[in-house]
Design a protein around this ligand. Sequence first.
Ligand code: ASP
Ligand code: MG
Length: 412
Amino acid sequence: MPVLVMKFGGTSVATLDRIRRAAKRVGVEVAKGYDVIVIVSAMSGETNKLVGYVEETSPLFDAREYDAVVSSGENVTAGLMALTLQEMDVPARSWQGWQVPLMTTSAHSAARIVDIPTENITRKFGEGMKVAVVAGFQGLSPEGRITTLGRGGSDTTAVAFAAAFGAERCDIYTDVDGVYTTDPRICENARKLDKIAFEEMLELASLGAKVLQTRSVELAMRYKVKLRVLSSFEEQSDEAGTLVCDEEEIMELNVVSGVAHSRDEAKMTLFSVADRPGIAAAIFSPLSEAGINVDMIVQNISEDGRTDMTFSCPTNQVKRAEEALKKAQDSGEINFHNLLADTNVAKISVVGIGMRSHTGVAAKMFKVLSQEGINIKVITTSEIKISVLVDRKYMELAVQALHDAFELEKAA
Ligand code: ASP
Ligand code: MG
């Protein structure tokens, strides 16, 4: 039997009624002849509540117990989904991560999947079970402790199961009906994409288009798992949602596929550091040791042997970055006159695989921003992405202007 993976996010299983709705959809796929693996999230709000319990009980909590607590939301939905399916006469049973067992690393609260043995579930399918309901987000460490995969980790569970079982497709049911050219709340012309390439989705996911956990997209790309993002609140057809797939499956590659934005980025500048070989290493090594996710980096023109170094990092890491840099200053590893953090910025990015073979995207982007009177503070580029930092107050305007200029409301 062909295998299909269906993942239901928190809002899609938020009430018993919604679980019933989701189960009906599973029933439709079973009737088509699939063996279905259903991955469930916790009911919406549940994981946040559990995280809150842990933090209130123990501010410097033991990460192993944190995982024991926060993984439990998924256990509830897995059992309820299996019961609901049984009520509909669909042979189903639930599996917690450790029962599979889905093996992970020991990095509690951010564990990585190491192995998914398929024997147990495959044997059950052979015995007539139609649906394996698996609790997402959780696994088992080599030490025999429960682990979790990081917030949003059920997406990654789903893709990993699809890869392990050679599933025909991995359908991610959520509360939006697909991936858009930009945030529809900011830009009313935003258009739902029928298809998007893995690499584009990866850029958009990591830029804060919070539809999929970034790691799930990485995994899908590596194992060429066909991913579909679709709404559990709308009637479905086979073409519903957005297919995230290999670029070979997309006829016309867009030069620009989407405009992403992120409010969670801060700009930090070290003023007047010695411009000498090794200075970048001296600055960024302590930051990496402190676990700071540095994104953009600019070194300005130096005068009198001194230079300014600017970089961006997530807003909630600013304090830690400052501490790391001040420590490096105190120990004499670096020497700067001043350190400034600007949290009033936003990152805007245009993403598109077609940029590889088209020139002029950067020039056009900069021109559009200048016509709106928006000053660019930092620029970075990759093969398929151009990002700029601008004042936060211009974020909406920048997104709308770029969406218009690249005519993203029109299908390619
Ligand atoms: N329930 C977990 C979370 O809220 C995992 C998930 O839903 O993907 O992060
Ligand atoms: Mg999610």
